[in-house]
Design a protein around this ligand. Sequence first.
Ligand code: UDP
Length: 464
Amino acid sequence: MENTVHCLVLSFPAQGHINPMLQFSKLLQQEGIKITLSTTIFFGNKLHKLPPSITLETISDGFDSGGFSEAKSFRAYLDHFLQVGPQNLEKLIERLGRTNNPIDCVIYDAFYPWVLDVTKKLGIVGVPFLTQNAGVNSIYYHVLVGKLRVPLDVEEVSLPELPRLRRRDLPSFLLNYEKDPTFLDLAVDQFSNLDQADWILCNSFYELDQEVIDWTKKIWPNFRTIGPSIPSMFLDKRIKHDEDYGATQYKTEECMEWLNNKPKGSVIYVSFGSLASLNEEQLEEVASGLKDCESYFLWVVRPSEETKLPKDFEKKSQKGLVVTWCSQLKVLAHESIGCFVTHCGWNSTLEALSLGVPIVAMPQWSDQATNAKFIVDVWKIGIRVPCDEKQVVRRNGMKECILEIMDGEKGIIIKSNVMRLKALATSAVGVGGSSYQNITEFVNSLFHFTSITQSNRSPAFILQ
Ligand code: UDP
């Protein structure tokens, strides 16, 4: 049995959740912590590759062959996982304790607040990992404590340390609550028992959102920002060869050669992440907008979206390339990229600002509209494309925003703002930076905890 700290890292089954948690796991490994990564069986089976140093142990959510789509509804999925999850997790922790060195700590996706009960029962450290922006977290917390009531009956909300938010700036789950409360309940429940957690980790960095983070720390003094949780080679380059998160659910297509032939800053990169689904009308507007722009474009259209593209749309031409998935970080880091048309998922947002790429914001659902609000009005690193009364972004609006960023006056200011944030993000994770210090403090506390408990394990954890 090795004599080190052993963390189980449990991720929600989605690309935007496993990426930052896997990346954080790699950092902990650098500090000498043993990591076992876990997610659901269905999602684990879909992952193409994992770094060789990471062991994956899946658990059943009860839907091993189809995941969410196997359940009658998303609510039914979550309810069932809540029933079987705690027991399955406990069994996994006990099994790992018999064959490996025992689990000392579970770092879990904050979407699974029930994990904390398991860690308390077993006497180990429980650490929720928040995958969303600090401002978004604050909004959900205010819903939890009843200071922001749903269904919303106001046009604008004002919360401590946040800009005034109109309805269109709020997470979509607040606006759709009456139709289906499931997603908002899931998002809000993240905060239901944080006061009992040993640590609370958040994928952001202090310099990005100082006021909101100071406010958050007054509520939970053990809240720490540890991001951007992005492979080291794209930030301070401390970990050599770390240039990929390491787990993808889609097959990555090659596009570097295509980019290599394009002039500096001449390509529009377009991606709506791993989950958002655009209707045919919207896809047609995006396709036409891109065709009408002077610039080159690289567009990620996932296999499930491809069939909705206009019939005559060329997937590979002089001007544009469509891929089903790419290494987004490598693309954003490529000097040919001039702007990023994005759905504003939190990882994509952090990646764009960490790599100094101006944003054309086209939020779709979940927290994305709020991220877009911060992108445009707080950090001033992008422009949001207007939509019409049908909530569709039209080709001309999109084209105008792209032009403004690629060639306009505003584009110059935005580029300089995003380069400033890139520098701040890099120093946050670099030696002595705010996230670096928080991670060091967290790691030290784990070693301290383990040194106390190692002689004192309950029988379930002792190697048999
Ligand atoms: N991503 C990628 N290749 C692609 C599209 C997306 O590697 O072609 C990655 C992207 O770098 C990010 C994640 O998928 O880390 C998407 O997370 P995000 O929070 O932006 O959006 P979500 O998919 O959760 O809506």
